[in-house]
Design a protein around this ligand. Structure first.
Ligand code: HEC
Length: 268
């Protein structure tokens, strides 16, 4: 039978051949898309999504001292934007202000430093929008269009961009209820090296990653936050309290309270 003239190679050779073929394919680097200058366009990782804006408020119409909120689909890398990340622009004139990253809500909050002019059209700009990235290094979607907003003097000014004051006593209450079975002084000592006591916690480095557990004024750089946000994508081991512990998970309000406490300096 002539179709048998090519004899099947012995199994070992066949596997080796397949392996070489597979390794050969792996070494061909897929070319990413390039922009018109021939520079590579930044893309999200293979298993990741673009960084996207999921909501901007208020939409369409704003007061003369508005607080804008820009919510993202992912946590932001604090190394890729600053406290002046957002601007409102009109007719070539930029209104700067303060930007604060509300990590638990994945939201940048912005309030201009001075009053806007009434009845003008403003565009919201994120400074270096091509630089801002998620913590998994995804760039902002190229389809992002920032809205145009109309200023009106009959819309009330918003409150200054200040976070609620949360005291250590309030944070300690959360830790006592959800954490200190394992992390407290007289605990079952499941993890005795991490004591959730204010004076021992602040300044302490993580054993798991190269970061501070609490970075005063910087929740986004505090590893404790990375461990308590249920869907935070970059951390070692599990969310806290561990799902296997039977402990009630933290509510979003509790997580945000801890965030505010850190953002206000993690004071006693
Ligand atoms: C059932 C016991 C248990 C409870 C309850 C618990 N933890 Fe933990 N915690 C552990 C263990 C075990 C580890 C090490 C393994 C891991 O990270 O998952 C750990 C690790 C940590 C780490 C990382 C320490 C480092 O060196 O990086 C932090 C931060 C932390 N816990 C905070 C908390 C907070 C905050 C709570 C309450 C909201 C909490 N834990 C509740 C047992 C517990």
């Amino acid at each position: 039978m002539h179709f048998r003239t090519i004899s099947t190679p012995p199994g070992g050779v066949f596997i080796l051949f397949t392996l070489l073929l597979w390794m050969g394919c792996g070494s061909i680097e897929p070319e990413g898309p390039l922009d018109e200058d021939g520079d590579p366009i930044p893309m999200p990782g293979a298993f990741d999504d673009w960084l996207r804006i999921t909501e901007i408020s208020p939409g369409d119409e704003i007061g003369l001292r508005p607080t804008m909120e820009v919510e993202f689909n992912a946590y932001l890398d604090p190394d890729t934007f600053g406290s002046t990340a957002i601007q409102l622009r009109s007719g070539g004139f930029g209104y700067g202000g303060r930007t604060d990253y509300y990590m638990t809500r994945r939201t940048l909050r912005f309030r201009p430093n001075s009053s806007l002019e009434p009845d003008l059209t403003y565009t919201l700009r994120i400074a270096g929008a091509d630089g801002i990235r998620s913590v998994t290094d995804s760039p902002i979607s190229p389809a992002t269009v920032l809205p145009e907003l109309r200023s009106r003097d009959d819309i009330a000014d918003s409150e200054p961009l200040e976070r609620p004051i949360v005291t250590w006593a309030e944070v300690e209450e959360i830790f006592v209820a959800h954490c200190n079975d394992c992390h407290g002084e007289s605990s079952r000592n499941l993890h005795p090296l991490i004591s959730l006591d204010r004076d021992r916690l602040v300044g302490q480095r993580s054993e798991q990653v190269d970061a501070l557990l609490i970075h005063p004024f910087q929740p986004a750089r505090s590893y404790l936050m990375h461990k308590i946000l249920p869907d935070y994508p970059v951390r070692r081991f599990t969310v806290q309290p561990p799902p296997w512990s039977g402990q009630d998970p933290l509510s979003t309000e509790d997580i945000e309270r801890i965030e505010h406490w850190i953002a206000n300096g993690a004071r006693r």
